[in-house]
Design a protein around this ligand. Structure first.
Ligand code: HEC
Length: 226
């Protein structure tokens, strides 16, 4: 009897499910229209990621300093280089942090704790989970940034970086120029007319108390304006 009731109620459930069959949408028309509208070629195919070694097809590059194998190699080195951390507030903490202190590859290039700490931190742990505030710093002196770090991976299509999109002279930031006739003074780096990632990385060096001195990195240039 019990199994019969169970069977009947299961049947009712199945039938009910058939009656309310969700509508299968083959294509999200609104999304497709938007993607095509924003694509420079007006085709959705433009958004298919190029291979990471296909430098020529990586979009939003700084036209004056294009991505090359040498630039990639240099960037990879500098991203993990503690030797450029030379402007720490406390000289004892010189060269103790890098971009990867807050953007850890194994953590999808985010920190190992809620907020990353570069200058003013100590320790690291296995994947950044053990990084703590250094007691020699006041809370306000620590380079921890107010927002949760964004991952620094797959950014080829990011024209305006950071949560609020403030870096990058183009994309949504052109409207400021269109309205006011000058680049946003708060993000003066945008006035150089460069794309988001270049502008962001230039600014990141200052914000994170790092510096690459002219002539110290051999034949390479990180940015055309360094
Ligand atoms: C103290 C931790 C910290 C360090 C060190 C750090 N970052 Fe970040 N990074 C952040 C935070 C926080 C954000 C997001 C900030 C925001 O949106 O307001 C971010 C955002 C970014 C973004 C933007 C990603 C996007 O999707 O818009 C890039 C690119 C980036 N960082 C590159 C770097 C580079 C290159 C370095 C080294 C020169 C570096 N970061 C060092 C914390 C850090």
């Amino acid at each position: 009897m019990v199994s019969r009731i169970l069977f009947v109620s299961m049947l009712a459930l199945v039938m009910g499910a058939c009656n309310n069959e969700p509508k299968v949408i083959e294509e999200d028309d609104e999304l497709t229209i938007l993607i095509k509208k924003h694509s420079p070629t007006k085709s959705a195919d433009w958004y298919i990621m190029p291979e990471s070694t296909d430098f020529a097809d990586i979009p939003n590059q700084d036209p004056t300093n294009k991505v090359t194998a040498a630039k990639v190699e240099l960037g990879k080195m500098l991203f993990f280089e503690t030797g450029i951390a030379i402007n720490s507030l406390n000289p004892d903490l010189r060269e103790t942090y890098s971009c990867s202190t807050c953007h850890i590859p194994e953590k999808s290039f985010t920190p190992g704790r809620f907020q990353g700490i570069a200058d003013g931190g100590m320790g690291f742990g296995h994947l950044g989970e053990g990084r703590l505030k250094n007691p020699s710093y006041e809370g306000s002196e620590v380079d921890a940034q107010g927002a949760r770090p964004l991952p620094t991976i797959n950014l080829a299509y990011v024209r305006n970086t950071l949560w609020n999109g403030s870096f990058g002279a183009n994309g949504m930031n052109t409207s400021f120029k269109d309205i006011f006739g000058v680049a946003d003074p708060l993000t003066d780096i945008n006035s150089k007319g460069i794309e988001g990632l270049e502008a962001n990385n230039h600014r990141a060096l200052i914000v994170h108390r790092q510096e690459i001195k002219k002539g110290t990195i051999g034949l390479f240039r990180l940015h055309s304006y360094v």
